[in-house]
Write a protein that binds this ligand. Structure first.
Ligand code: HEM
Length: 417
């Protein structure tokens, strides 16, 4: 068997340097982080770097996701300490405030608080409830695609990929469409900050604006809930199940979780299908492949590449001991390309069964919006492949410099319609 790792290894570059450059958002590495992940899996499956233990093998990623006793969703103290060392006193203050803001997000909390909070919105995202949204999602999809017809080349992200998910989550939460641009701007600033601390200032002002907006909107919903989801949230507050701060945190995480990720799935996914023309053709020939194509695209280029956890107790993983509070970053993007789970993992194959991918997480924090995201992506790819099989995509793409929430900055497409 050929030594694939040796073939992939860029000559003379240390693992430390590759990982540093990747997490600093270097364009070529964000465009293709997979050789670096492969090295991590092979050479240092638990690699402590910048105060954080990076976990890259599928089996370990699964353990960290599922073992809620040994691993917490609190991002842990060592990452904060390492970040604070690099920041000026003013930045450190902003950073602490950002952490306080995040601290009530579902993604960051453990039981019993997590079950209590998630339980309030769980019912709005079950497959049955989401199935009732199908027609509405299809209508939104149709309307957006129609505006792209006859336009020649347009930016798919601007015209479609950010709009559809935001329209859908806004509809679920009763957020006026006119506020979409505001929300997009705030979310983008926060997402950029998750990728790199250099976006701290901008993210901090966005958080302040977000908070004010969310408080106002929730106040209006207390008087007259706009949707069933908002009604469940404000009722939970009235009955004392949720505090005021928790209500705001749920509302914000639903809006954040509800669009940036799906935007990236739609745009990166479409780009990948077109850079593998035989796959695009297979899809246009047989639309029944759409649902499994969506899963394969989530596996192949998962929008959420990295997730935060920390060790609860003194624990060991791959022979590396982790002290309580040790920050951990789970590399879902690496687990989804682990050859121990997915034969020939770097091959995009819409006919494979990618069932075991961890693109939506695993365990108690499994993506609340997974069915919704699947439904949006199914409507989008079914309509694109079904109606515009001759569409073209400009494959000279640029990636945003965010290795955590990974996505393209622009995607030129021409529907040829
Ligand atoms: C392709 C699209 C999406 C991807 C790849 C994705 C990915 C993920 C992942 C990996 C997690 C687990 C976080 C963790 O374990 O720490 C998660 C959680 C979550 N997602 Fe998604 N997501 C997507 C779409 C959505 C949508 C459309 C919503 C809309 C409601 C949403 C809402 C959430 C929420 C609220 C959580 C937190 C759940 C919890 O911690 O209990 N996501 N998502």
């Amino acid at each position: 068997v050929a030594d694939r790792s040796a073939a992939r290894k860029p000559a003379g570059v240390s693992l430390e340097d590759s990982v540093t450059a990747l997490f600093e958002g270097r364009q070529d590495l964000v465009a293709d982080p997979y050789p670096t992940y492969a090295r991590l899996r092979e050479e240092a499956p638990v690699f402590v770097h910048g105060g954080v233990a990076l976990v890259s093998r599928y089996a370990d990623v699964e353990t960290v996701f599922r073992d809620h006793v040994r691993f917490s969703s609190d991002p842990g103290g060592t990452r904060v300490a390492a970040a604070l060392e690099r920041l000026s006193p003013r930045q450190a203050e902003l950073y602490r405030e950002m952490n306080a803001f995040d601290s009530l997000f579902l993604t960051r909390i453990d039981d019993p608080q997590h079950s209590r909070m998630r339980g309030v919105v769980h019912k709005s995202f079950t497959p049955r409830v989401i199935a009732q949204m199908r027609e509405r999602v299809q209508l939104m999809t149709d309307r957006l695609l129609r505006t792209m017809e006859g336009q020649g080349e347009v930016d798919f992200i601007e015209s479609f990929a950010y709009r559809l998910p935001l329209q859908v989550i806004n509809a679920l939460l009763g957020v006026p469409d006119r506020d979409a641009e505001l929300i997009r701007g705030w979310t983008a600033a926060i997402a950029a900050y998750r990728g790199s601390l250099k976006h701290l200032e901008e993210a901090h002002s966005s958080v302040i604006a977000w908070h004010e907006y969310a408080k106002e909107l929730v106040a209006r919903n207390r008087v007259k809930p706009a949707t069933a989801t908002m009604s469940a949230i404000v009722e939970a507050e009235a009955s004392g199940t949720l505090s005021v701060e928790e209500v705001v945190a749920i509302f914000v995480i639903l809006l954040i979780g509800g669009h940036e990720t799906t935007t990236n799935l739609l745009a990166t996914g479409l780009m990948r299908l077109h850079s593998h023309p035989e796959q695009w053709r297979a899809l246009t020939d047989d639309l029944s492949l759409v649902p499994q194509t969506v899963e394969e695209l989530v596996r192949y280029d998962v929008p959420v590449q990295a997730l935060s956890r920390s060790a609860v107790t003194e624990t060991e993983l791959e022979g590396v001991s982790l002290a309580p509070g040790q920050s951990i970053v789970v590399l879902a993007g690496s687990a989804n390309r682990d050859p121990s789970q997915f034969p020939d993992p770097d091959r995009l194959d819409i006919r494979r069964d990618p069932e075991r991918h961890v693109g939506f997480g695993l365990g108690r924090h499994f993506c609340l919006g997974a069915y919704l995201a699947r439904q949006e992506a199914t409507a989008a790819f079914e309509s694109l492949a079904g109606r515009y099989p001759r569409m073209t995509v400009d494959l000279a793409v640029e990636w945003r410099d965010n290795p955590h929430l990974r996505g393209l900055s622009r995607l030129g497409v021409d529907l040829h319609a």
